[in-house]
Design a protein around this ligand. Structure first.
Ligand code: AMP
Ligand code: ZN
Length: 674
């Protein structure tokens, strides 16, 4: 009976995705999940009348909205009062204690303040029926289709729940790795990067196309609950959080009960440094009175609850001087201004450059060389200039954005969209060299020894003016390069030759087609196993690929239509590059990390995080964000975070990058990992 089978599949897939996204402890192999998911889709395609709103198939696939309707919040989504030090915290305690007489026993719950966007989720009889943004606190926007795509938001509450309406509130956010990937992809497309994960989250949730939201992989931590009399059994915030967890929500694991402000201080001090190792951005600690009856007695001011306060961390800021303002021309021709600074220590690193984003931003700051500026670093984001200290401003006119490309001298063009300024000269060396650098980059063909300086040299000597030329280089030709010894020349040639073995998705990414980031390249290579079929793909074929938006489809299609693309691929083919998926090895290789759970801390020297993650996955293991007793190994890179101490405490074995690579080397099929 398809009805039964459908119901079984749904329940099983719901449990599996809860185990994977919320508990970090998968109960089935990814391949099995995919297979069952496909079966569900097939059954639902035959019996569309049996599709239910909580089916795992309903997370993606919604149609783009024309706009959002507004939603009134009751009770409002309050803001939080801020404190910046313990004195202010003590003053807050004094204030609420004066309201409650006689003195009553109490304790606090300390929670990390996640820097994302707060959401209100409505469940009716256990089913997610609406999700809204905070808006101004009273009126928000209905973004249900977008929120459905967040894998850690249950579409149906797990387990028993009271009848009627329930409202769950919490924070939607983008983890650092997703944020960085997103920004890299945006920059590759010539778009402006998001300043921080909070902006990126807000921008993502306001997307009209849920498919785009799904790709970005937002996450959600639940932290409160409303629902009338049915919830009266819950006496404390702590119990609320437990309840949320048992309904399938992701609840932040670092939450702690604190018996007094002294304990809150210890928690705050600990997380002041430990937060840097978290996979998401936090900007403080939220302290809440644990007893819900006391919360009720205290109530709200017009703007904030009296029973909670945010104890914020001071932002990471420092003052320094602008020594020079430069512009960089990327491979898409986009021109970005960059300030060169007198080096200054900031949040554990030395900062010597700051992005100025775009011409508008420079103008807004009225920036000039010699200005004293305040720079800020939010987590790992590139530092940015927050403001100019006007009192210390030197004489002289503000810096002017150049009107001509610093590399080719052609006039720059201002594009209306994204406030970007571009060089549109197809022969511009910055663009040509940028394309070669992109081709050689780690996520693409990963050709070591082909950095900015070397590419510029090759270009100037007339040896390389396109990616194809790389494969025609000879030892004799390279001998002409100043400062390149025989050994380095031989290494470079070997690296270039080895890149011919790189798999098709990497080649596809390396081509630098607009809108084609690493993820899209993998999707395209999955659908089109060979270059020819991609060239002849119709716009409909491309648009039909789940996870590929209309803009991307259009861009890939246009690229395929261009005669230059066909010529380029022909030339790459002649030189022996891999332009098709290679058949899988008949026998599955041994999986040295089968079933192992790994956590990474610090910076790896030879692998980016996504690469390390992919390799570990390929070896049967899994990378998770936070450490627990279930962790099998902690991979330790340079400047490790607090996870290292935590691992020592928990007795989790450590792996250096070298030993990780050694382990992986056994199963590696030559894909990467130098
Ligand atoms: P603010 O925006 O600075 O007024 O701070 C209030 C916001 O902090 C709330 O609207 C939530 O979006 C956010 N927040 C993050 N984590 C928590 C948490 N654990 N408890 C309550 N609010 C939180
Ligand atoms: Zn140019």
């Amino acid at each position: 009976m398809p009805v039964n089978r459908l119901q079984e599949l749904r329940t099983l897939l719901q449990q599996a995705s809860h185990a994977y996204y919320v508990l970090d402890s998968p109960i089935m192999e990814d391949s099995v999940y995919d297979q069952l998911f496909r079966e569900l889709l097939e059954l639902e395609a035959i019996h569309p009348e049996l599709i239910t709103p909580d089916s795992p198939s309903q997370r993606v696939g919604g149609k783009p909205a024309a706009g959002f309707t507004s939603v009134t919040h009751s009770p409002p989504l309050y803001s939080l009062e801020n404190a910046f030090d313990l004195e202010e915290l003590a003053a807050w305690q004094g204030r609420w204690q004066r309201v409650l007489t006689p003195q009553v026993p109490f304790d606090y719950v300390a929670e990390l303040k996640i820097d994302g966007i707060s959401l209100a989720l409505t469940y009716q009889e256990g089913l997610l029926v609406r999700a809204a943004t905070r808006g101004d606190g009273v009126t928000g926007e209905d973004i249900t289709a977008n929120v459905r795509t967040i894998p850690s938001v249950p579409l149906r509450l797990l387990g028993p729940h009271p009848p009627g309406l329930l409202e769950v509130r919490g924070e939607a956010f983008l983890a650092w790795d997703r944020f960085h990937t997103l920004n890299r992809e945006r920059q590759a497309r010539g778009e402006l990067p998001f300043a921080n994960p909070r902006n990126a989250t807000a921008g993502t949730l306001r997307q009209l196309d849920p498919q785009v939201v799904a790709q970005r992989q937002l996450d959600f931590f639940a932290y409160t609950l409303h629902g009338g009399p049915a919830l009266e059994d819950l006496a404390t915030q702590w119990q609320r959080l437990q309840q949320l967890g048992s309904w399938g929500f992701r609840v932040n694991p670092h939450t702690q009960v604190c018996r007094d402000l002294g304990a809150v201080q210890v928690y705050w001090d600990y997380w002041r440094t430990a937060r840097r190792a978290l996979p998401y951005l936090t900007d403080g600690v939220v302290v809440k009175l644990n007893q819900l009856d006391l919360q009720d007695q205290l109530g709200f001011t017009h703007r904030t609850p009296r029973w909670a306060i945010a104890l914020k961390y001071p932002p990471d800021e420092a003052a320094t001087v602008v020594e020079q303002i430069l512009v960089q021309v990327g491979r898409t021709g986009a021109v970005t201004p960059v300030a060169q600074l007198t080096p200054v220590a900031l949040a554990g690193t030395v900062v010597a450059r700051a992005t100025l984003h775009n011409a508008d931003r420079v103008q807004e700051l009225g920036l000039r060389v010699g200005d004293t500026v305040v720079v800020r670093k939010a987590g790992e984001v590139i530092p940015e200039i927050v403001r100019v200290v006007e009192q210390l401003r030197p004489q002289g006119p503000p810096w002017q954005f150049p009107t001509r490309c610093p590399l080719c001298g052609q006039p720059l063009v201002r594009t209306v969209q994204a406030a970007a300024i571009r060089c549109v000269n197809p022969h511009c060396p910055a663009i040509g060299q940028g394309q070669i650098l992109h081709w050689a980059s780690r996520a693409a063909l990963n050709i070591q020894g082909l950095g900015e300086k070397r590419v510029a040299q090759l270009w100037e000597q007339g040896l390389v003016c396109s990616i194809v030329d790389l494969y025609d280089l000879t030892g004799e030709g390279l001998a002409a390069l100043p400062g390149l010894g025989d050994k380095s020349a031989a290494n470079l040639l070997a690296e270039i030759a080895a890149s011919k073995q790189q798999p098709w998705p990497r080649v596809l990414y390396g081509l630098g087609i607009r809108h084609v980031g690493v993820t899209v390249a993998v999707l395209l290579a999955e659908r089109f196993g060979a270059a020819e079929s991609l060239l002849t793909a119709s716009l409909e074929d491309l648009s039909a690929i789940p996870g590929i938006g209309p803009e991307t489809a259009q861009s890939v299609w246009e690229w395929g239509q261009a005669p230059a693309s066909q010529i380029l691929l022909g030339e790459l083919q002649n030189r022996g590059l891999t332009l098709a998926n290679t058949p899988r090895a008949p026998i599955t290789p041994p999986q040295p990390l089968q079933g192992k759970v790994l956590v990474i801390t610090g910076t790896l020297e030879h692998l980016t995080r996504p690469q390390a993650q992919a390799l570990i996955q390929a070896a049967g293991g899994r990378v998770v964000g936070s450490l627990s007793r279930r962790t099998d190994y902690l991979v330790v890179g340079s400047s490790p975070g607090s996870k290292l101490q935590a691992a020592e405490k928990l007795g989790v074995p450590q792996l250096s990058e070298a030993s990780l690579r050694q382990l992986l080397g056994q199963s590696e099929t030559g894909s990467d990992g130098r």
